[in-house]
Structure formats: C-alpha cells, structure tokens
Ligand binder design. Structure first.
Ligand SMILES: C[S@@+](CC[C@H](N)C(=O)[O-])C[C@H]1O[C@@H](n2cnc3c(N)ncnc32)[C@H](O)[C@@H]1O
Length: 460
C-alpha cells in the first residue's frame, strides 16, 4: 500500500462520518431543534446565514460558496470549548429521572435533543450519499483551507512524517503548551493507537526546537495495532518511522496490540513504568475506517475510546495531561466517558484544530492536570455513574455547535461540487488558503529539525 493510499485511509477514518448515508428516524426538517414546528419563512437575516437551510436554495451557488467560505475563515485558529468545572458534580449521585432513554435504539442518547441533532446532521451527510470516496476526498481537499499548508508540510524535508496528523498535533502543542512542560528529571510520553507515528514526530520536533533541554530528558513509548503482525484491516501499513524506532513501540502482551484487550492494556502500563520516569502525557488517536457503516461511527468506536481512557488513567502520574480524539458524543455512554474525564482532570477542553477538516466529526478532548481517581473508586465504578443533567445539557449545546459547523462545511462542499468548474470561486479559495497558511505559520512556525534530533535517518 503506498503513502497516498495510506493518507486516503487516514482521511476516511476521520471523514467517514461525512459520507454517512444517515438514518432517517424522524422527519427532522418538519421540526425545529426544540421539537416545535420550524418557521417556514425565516427573517431575511437568518436566511442570509449559512446555517439556515433556505440559504442554500437561494442565490447563485458561487455566491453561496463565497459566503460559506467567509464563515469558515472565522475559524482560522481552530475552535475551543471548555467544560465547566466538575468540583460539585461528583458529590451527589444523580438519579436517572432526567435522562432520556429513547426506545428502539441500541444505545440511549444523552438527551432527546441529542437524537434530533444527530438526525439533522445525518440528513445533511446523507446528501453526500453515493459520491465515490475518492471524489469526495479530492473535493474536500480543494475546499479545505488547510490543504496548501498540508501539501507544503508533507514535502518539507525538515519535517518527518508531515501528515495532517502531524499538523494537528503541532497545533495542539502550540495552543496548549503546558502539554510539553516537563519537570527536571524528564518524563515519558505514551502514545496510544499511534501508528504511523506522526504525533510522536511532531512532539519530537516541538521539543527539539522549542525546549531542547526537555528534549534531552524526554523518552516515549508508542502503541498501536502491530503493522507487522496484525491481520486487521485497521493496522496502518506505513512503517517509515516505526522501522527506525522499533524499541520505542510496544504491541501489547500478544504482540498484536489490540488495546481493547485488558491484558494488552496491562502490559503497556508495565512497559511504560519500566522507563522509570513519570508519565505526564498520554495521547490517544484511535480511529477506524467506518465508511461501510458511517452512521454508526460513534458506536463502532466506543469500545476503543473506553479502552484508551481506562489505560490512560492507569498510566498517568498526578499532574499529567491527556489528549484524546473523539468523534460525536450523542450517546449517553460517550457522555459518561467525558464525565469520567471531567472528574479526573482539573480542566477539560474540546478543541477542533484548524487543520482538522471542518466537514468531519473529529474533535480533540484536551484534559489538563490529572487529579487521580476519587479515593475508593475505580474506572468501572466511575463509568457507570449517571450522567449529570448539567453536563448533559452542556454537551448538548456543544453538539449543536459542532453539528452546525460540520453541516455548513458539508453544504459548502456540495455546492462547490455542483457548480461548474469554470464558475468556482477559485480566487477566493486561493486567497483564503494563503491567508490560512500565513496565519498558521506566524503563530506556529515550523523551524528546521536539527539532524541530531531526527528519528528517521536523513537518507530515507
Ligand atoms: C488515525 S490513526 C493514528 C495516527 C497517529 N496518531 C499519527 O499521528 O500518525 C489511528 C490508529 O488507531 C489504530 N487502531 C485502530 N484500532 C485499534 C485497536 N483496537 N487497538 C490499537 N490500535 C488501534 C490504527 O491501527 C491506527 O494506527
């Protein structure tokens, strides 16, 4: 499998939700978000907004694309949402009386409103429907403001494994610089579901150019499905970094590395402890290709996300930080996982880096300041705790925002797709991409990696 194919697979992992042929449980277009009938004639102001469905049935497509593009430019620095403090939430055991357990679905939603948001989002995604994934990939690259930066980073000889994952973690490290704060004596970072290793490469680069003394004392351990031993279609075959750093990789007790198996979690924790340094950073970037069943992305990944959090809580030393990729969080089970994070960390921030394609559901949850588990509790106990209504409502409001941004991006892509190529606002896109790259590199400059810090020999 060549690198282009690999990148397409990585994009499919993130983008599969955007190809979802959505399940239409309810006629969402007949109702407003809050269950009330939606006004047929919105005010002119609302219609001018790309979040309004009527917007897309109005003027010429190229004008609409430009308007949606301008909306996207508002997010040049990525999007952030900090959860409110959890200090009071753990104390009381909340009854399930306020929690919606919709009948007829395998996993209950966190609230009835969440079900509606998912239905509406799936209806937009369904319009992508039968489009061949390669065409959609090409189109979303054309419209994605980060694509010029992505291209130059990939071809930059000073960047090792300069994939989109590299750029996303580069953003995260700059925007949350405390992730790379390490006390004297060094520390180990552990990277779950990390093949082919671009997060490790970005962290190595960041420390080498920004914190050379920390870099000297830093060690790392990566874990993933073993590309040399796993038959799983989810194993990433790109070993450009792995083959040069094999001693830093741990593929579980069975050497295959499925993190969902408790024995693999345990053996990884032991391997990390054997470094003899504190573990102050864990990343978990697990994803699988859900393009066969895109509407079920959240459910298909829930076991892996659970495993990532469970392993992290055993790995981290107090004060440590955790970065986990999540997708949607419509279901109660996913929200309960977020609740565990909020209980165990001082601060929890949802962050969509500007280099993450706006049409997909992926979002990073940045958890700062590990407090440990409350005395006398275990992960198994915490994960079963009823979802606090205040958190459910906070997450519902966040889900609305994420779904709205995603819908605008998908609608814009669809509009571009139907516009004759000579009519596409190429100039606007070109200028927006230049502006994006310039802004990104002003705040997150990519200085050359010293040869002595390289993970992959120069000759490769
Ligand atoms: C998006 S990729 C990670 C990219 C990586 N962070 C990087 O920067 O290069 C997702 C990874 O999750 C891994 N994965 C999927 N299911 C897994 C499982 N059950 N156990 C361990 N790893 C898994 C895949 O093999 C893949 O390497």
């Amino acid at each position: 499998m060549d690198i282009m194919e690999q990148e397409l697979i990585s994009e499919k992992i993130a983008d599969s939700a955007a190809n979802a042929p959505g399940r239409r449980r309810k006629k969402a277009h007949q109702r407003g978000r809050h269950g009330s009938p939606r006004k047929r004639h919105g005010t002119p102001d609302r219609i001018r907004h790309p979040l309004c469905p009527q917007f897309w049935s109005g003027e010429s497509k190229s004008k609409l694309v430009t308007a949606a593009l301008n909306k996207q430019i508002e997010d040049l620095d990525g999007r952030l949402y900090t959860l409110s403090d959890a200090s009071h939430s753990f104390v009381s055991d909340i009854s399930s009386a306020n929690i919606d357990v919709s009948s007829g679905c395998r996993e209950p939603y966190a609230s009835s409103e969440m079900e509606l948001v998912e239905t509406e989002l799936n209806a937009v995604k369904a319009r992508v429907g039968g489009m061949p994934p390669e065409d959609w990939y090409r189109l979303t690259n054309y419209t994605d403001l980060a694509s010029a930066l992505r291209y130059s980073t990939k071809n930059d000889p000073n960047v090792e494994l300069g994939t989109n994952a590299w750029l996303k973690f580069w953003s995260i490290l700059h925007d949350f610089s405390q992730l790379a704060d390490v006390p004297h004596g060094g520390s180990t970072s552990v990277h779950l579901c990390e093949a082919p290793g671009a997060f490790v490469s970005a962290l190595n680069h960041f420390l080498a150019v920004r914190k050379p003394t920390v870099h000297q004392e830093w060690s790392w351990l990566g874990s993933s499905l073993n590309p040399y031993a796993s038959d799983s279609k989810e194993a990433i075959a790109d070993d450009r970094l792995i083959k040069h750093t094999l001693k830093n990789w741990h593929f579980g007790a069975d050497n295959i590395g499925d993190l969902r198996l408790p024995e693999n979690q345990l053996s990884l924790v032991k391997a990390a402890r054997s470094h003899g340094k504190k573990v102050l950073l864990v990343t978990a970037d697990g994803g699988i290709d859900c393009s066969d069943n895109p509407a079920d992305q959240e459910l298909s990944l829930s076991e892996l996300k659970l495993a990532e959090v469970r392993t992290t809580l055993s790995l981290l030393d107090l004060g440590g930080n955790f970065v986990i990729k999540m997708f949607t969080f419509f279901r109660k089970k996913t929200c309960q996982l977020v609740q565990v994070l909020r209980i165990c960390f001082s601060k929890v921030v949802f962050y969509k880096p500007s280099t993450s394609k706006p049409g997909n559901s992926e979002i990073y949850v940045i958890c700062l300041g590990f407090k440990g588990l409350p005395a006398g509790t275990t992960f198994e106990f915490l994960i079963k705790k009823e979802l606090e209504p205040a958190l459910a409502s906070e997450l519902t409001s966040l889900a609305h925002k994420c779904a709205d941004h995603q819908s605008v991006a998908i609608r814009m892509n669809l509009a571009v797709f139907t516009v004759d190529s000579t009519q596409r606002p190429r100039r606007s896109f070109h200028q927006a991409k230049q502006r994006f790259s310039h802004r990104f590199l002003t705040y997150r400059p990519i200085f050359a990696l010293p040869n002595s810090a390289r993970l992959i020999p120069m000759t490769e």
